[in-house]
Write a protein that binds this ligand. Structure first.
Ligand code: MN
Length: 306
């Protein structure tokens, strides 16, 4: 007996709507240093590099309440290196301070974003600010790792310290809420960060029951995370902290917030079709380069904190 199947997709005309590729459930939290109780919402180690590219990993920290601590020792992560990629820190609540081997230092408050290009290599520490350590309070943040194409892995490190006030915020149609364009573009509003490869990084605060249709470039990786509240993304019902990887085919999808509203992070980027070797704080193009990075760090060639 033969069965005739009607193709569900026509290869010459892309689907208009993105579908769910993978649901990203909330993993149990673990501590990074003594300051960051994080859930790794996705990572190349669990989900493979190809489907996430150019994104590598996303840690969601908190919301977590810290008690006041008057000892003066800030909680966080001590001196450590990075090479070959970028770290993007989006702070929602709390206050952070960072310091690096190039003499750079800075502070992030609620709504601020630090887009750090580690590239050739940097050594830094990431801590709660002294004031936040002393006062205690709620910490809520995201750290996203973005890969660099091989040609840019050796460029000089740099920071883009982006204050909340410098991030374009767009009112969504039908009073659905607002959307911040951290990178990329939304409806003509250009993102605050400059990037090495084309990508969109948006966060959207959706009001109770609000619905919005979003469109991303066909062929780009697309990941949507519900950081707070609950929302449906396409036909996936998500409760924070959960997310989905959408199909690269298709362009548009609908997000509908639950009764408490939702904070939703949208990541989209052109895949970098190159091998990914991720080892701890190094993301490079081959095993030899990982070995070189380990030696360079050990021997001080990425610098040291003063
Ligand atoms: Mn770091």
């Amino acid at each position: 007996m033969t069965t005739t199947r009607t193709p569900t997709t026509n290869p010459t005309t892309p689907r208009a709507t993105k579908a769910i590729d993978t649901v990203l459930p909330a993993p149990p939290p673990h501590w990074v240093g003594d300051g960051f109780p994080v859930r790794s919402m996705f990572s190349v180690h669990r989900h493979g590099a190809a489907g996430l590219s150019p994104f590598l990993m996303l840690d969601l920290a908190g919301p977590h309440d810290f008690e006041p601590d008057a000892t003066g020792a800030s909680r966080g992560v001590d001196e450590h290196p990075h090479r070959g990629f970028e770290t993007v820190t989006i702070l929602y609540q709390g206050e952070l301070e960072h310091r690096d081997s190039a003499g750079g230092h800075g502070r992030l408050g609620p709504g601020d974003v630090q887009w750090m290009t580690a590239a050739a290599g940097i050594v830094h520490e990431e801590k709660h600010s002294a004031a936040f350590t002393k006062s205690g309070g709620t910490l809520e943040m995201v750290q996203l790792w973005v890969n660099l194409p091989r040609r840019d892995k050796g460029v000089a490190p740099r920071y883009q310290d982006i204050a909340a006030g410098d991030i374009p915020s767009v009112e969504l149609p039908d009073s659905a809420g607002s959307l911040r364009v951290i990178a990329g573009e939304y409806n003509g509003a250009r993102g605050a960060a400059s990037t090495f490869t084309p990508m969109d990084v948006w966060d959207a605060e959706l009001n109770s029951g609000a619905s919005v249709s979003l469109t991303l470039p066909e062929g780009h990786t697309a990941i949507v995370l519900v950081l707070r509240g609950a929302a449906s993304v396409g036909d996936a019902e998500l409760e924070a902290p959960q997310g989905v990887v959408l199909t690269r085919e298709g362009a548009s999808f609908v997000v509908e917030a639950g009764p408490e509203g939702a904070l939703v992070l949208v990541l989209s980027g052109e895949p970098i079709d190159e091998p990914v070797f991720a080892h701890g704080p190094f993301v490079l193009s081959g095993p030899e380069e990982i070995g070189t990075a380990i030696n360079d760090y050990r021997e001080g060639r990425m610098g040291r904190l003063a």
